[in-house]
Ligand binder design. Structure first.
Ligand code: ATP
Ligand code: MG
Length: 581
């Protein structure tokens, strides 16, 4: 990709020694068994994520430590210790088991705002041995219906407002036996609904957590739907080993940290790293209920003294768009370590973090299917902007060709991981054939294209379906997008291959501009020249279309397939996770 700059890592606060002492050494010595011994198992084969995340701390001095500090959209604050979460999740587990009759393996879905009850409910469901399925509260009725029907969820936990939004679909879900409503504002409930508050009040605070086996299903997440119809990736309780290990060594969580993960629990990042990773490490986390706003986010970091921050490229690009002057109005000195996931992180964004926040963003790569971080930048290694970093110790990642043989360094191919890591998904819900088709020649094939350099750093190229083949050159859209957003006028860019009778495909870019710029021919040529100078003529967008904003999934990813379908006048396919503007 040819970014020459290397960001010498500046963890900043050297009084905090990184958990990972030395990448190479740790890689050589790494054993998953050793990490797993740090967790509180019931027996050699029995573990429960809910237990590890909260109850395991009750025997320690973390019992009365704050686990969750929650701030509502309106600024109300609620705080919960590990002991509080343990007690409340016990009550919720009792509601499920004693009042509703939920059994091990039943699916309990959450369609709820980012309120404390979603955390309590998820922990309680896991402790009851049932399977959680969180749904993002901004979903429309069809997205909710698809997922509830596919998973045959028995219980839906929702709120009065969200229930209203999906009222029409509920009668068409025969397996959905119960709707429980979290009624924070005392709305009028329908007689068919179970009131969360009333049920909790009747429930005992004592519950014996179900001794689930490490292979029992625990978590179901539908993927983001960036490339097609979302699939229900299923994870087992064993996944907690991966959450714990990566939160410790990649997010570098320490006992005194105040940690903020900006992902919604509706996405895998919001559970793996918005609940299980930090809590299994006994770390305090802060949660902001409200939506993105640059000002509010900076205020939140300052107010709570956030030390470790895990966010996403789309949010970082929005912060960049809000201007370099804004962060100066806040005291953000508490920030010690900043990480990003979800989409390729443009080199420009890494450098911006370093320049404006004084902390470079550490990119890491993983998927719903992998359950935990697979490839990452670490506090102890230099960042090569544009690279996702190196495989987590204990993870063997490689680049394979289309026959699934490993390729040498420098060559582009399919990003693959050797199966067997603790948080690997166990199936796509009732799509076992699709699941099996992901494993080839001893590798799990991720569906992403990438390459590896001589130092073992991986570079994301594109989704396998997004690679552009133009006049015999393979061009990754991310590379072009990254250069485009380096142009001073460009805020966001999405790049696709447009069919062409001569070149097979040509590069077409959709670009949204920063405030104060107008789209005209001059700017268009200027942008083209800018890309040409930095990349090549093959990679230079033949066409540039200026648009107000790019279509994104609700998890914030640019939906290139939608840009392409629109361009070609094709059906749009599954748009259930499309963000509406
Ligand atoms: P679907 O599988 O339904 O198309 P999705 O792949 O977007 O949706 P997720 O599992 O949420 O659903 O996203 C994982 C994908 O996100 C990865 O396979 C990769 O394409 C992209 N991704 C995540 N992190 C990074 C990163 N650091 N750099 C580049 N791409 C990333
Ligand atoms: Mg995917």
């Amino acid at each position: 990709m040819g970014y020459s700059a290397i960001v010498k890592d500046a963890p900043g606060d050297f009084s905090v020694k990184p958990n990972i002492p030395d990448y190479k050494k740790m890689r050589e010595e790494f054993r998953w068994e050793k990490l797993s011994e740090e967790l509180d198992w019931f027996s050699d084969t029995q573990i429960n994520i809910g237990h590890i995340a909260v109850d395991a701390h009750l025997k320690t001095d973390r019992r009365d430590k704050k686990a969750l500090i929650w701030e509502s959209q309106k600024g109300e604050v609620e705080e919960y210790t590990f002991a509080d979460l343990s007690r409340l999740s016990n009550q919720f587990a009792n509601v499920l088991v004693k009042q509703i009759g939920i059994q091990k393996g039943d699916r309990v879905f959450f369609f709820l705002e980012r309120v404390p009850e979603i955390f309590i409910g998820i922990l309680g469901t896991l402790k009851a041995g049932a399977v959680i399925g969180p749904l993002f509260s901004a979903f429309g009725p069809d997205a909710v219906k698809d997922r509830l029907a596919d998973s045959r969820a028995k219980v839906l936990v929702t709120s009065p407002m969200l229930k209203k939004k999906i009222a029409d679909i509920l009668p068409s879900l025969p397996h959905l036996e119960n709707t429980m409503v979290v009624n924070r504002r005392n709305a009028h409930l329908s007689p068919d609904d179970i009131s969360y508050e009333a049920a909790m009040e009747q429930a005992s605070e004592d519950f014996e957590t179900v001794r689930t086996s490490k292979d029992d299903f625990a978590i179901m997440h539908y993927t983001s739907g960036t490339t097609g119809k979302p699939k229900g990736a299923v994870h087992a309780h064993n996944a907690i080993i991966g959450h714990y290990a990566t939160a410790k060594y990649v997010l570098d969580l320490h006992p005194d940290d105040i940690y903020w993960c900006t992902a919604d629990p509706g996405w895998v990042t919001g559970t793996s790293y918005g609940m299980f990773g930090p809590w299994s490490n006994g770390v305090t986390q802060v949660v902001y209920e409200g939506a993105f706003s640059a000002k509010r986010w900076y205020t939140f970091i300052e107010k709570w003294g956030v030390t470790v921050w895990y966010t996403a490229p789309t949010a970082i690009r929005m912060l960049m768009k809000a201007g370099d002057g804004l962060p100066e109005q806040f005291n953000l000195d508490s920030l010690r370590y900043t990480c990003s996931v979800g989409e390729p992180l443009n080199p420009e964004a890494v450098i911006w973090g370093q320049k404006v926040l004084g902390r470079p963003f550490h990119d890491n790569w993983w998927q719903t299917e992998t359950g935990a971080i697979m490839i990452a930048n670490y506090p102890v290694q230099d960042i090569k902007p544009g690279s996702m970093g190196r495989p987590f110790p204990g993870i063997h990642a490689g680049i394979v060709d289309d026959e699934f043989n490993e390729l040498p360094e420098g060559q582009e191919g399919n990003l693959a991981v050797k199966p067997g890591w603790p948080s690997m998904f166990r199936t796509y819900w009732e799509k076992e054939d699709l699941y099996r088709s992901c494993f080839k020649n001893g590798w799990y094939i991720t569906g992403d294209k990438a390459r590896k350099d001589e130092d073992g750093y991986f570079y994301f190229m594109s989704r396998a379906d997004d690679v552009i083949n133009t006049a015999g050159h393979l061009v990754g859209p991310f590379e072009v997008e990254s250069v485009l957003i380096e142009h001073p006028a460009v805020a966001e860019a999405g790049v696709i291959g447009k069919p062409d009778p001569i070149a097979m495909e040509v590069v077409k870019a959709f670009v949204s501009l920063k405030k104060g710029y107008t789209s005209d021919e001059d700017l268009l040529h200027d942008i083209q020249t800018f890309v040409m100078k930095r990349l090549s003529s093959a990679a230079t967008p033949r066409e540039i279309e200026f648009i107000d904003s790019l279509p994104k999934t609700r998890s914030g990813k640019i939906m290139r397939r939608l840009l392409k379908s629109k361009e070609l006048g094709l059906p749009l396919g599954d748009t259930s996770t499309l963000e509406d503007d």
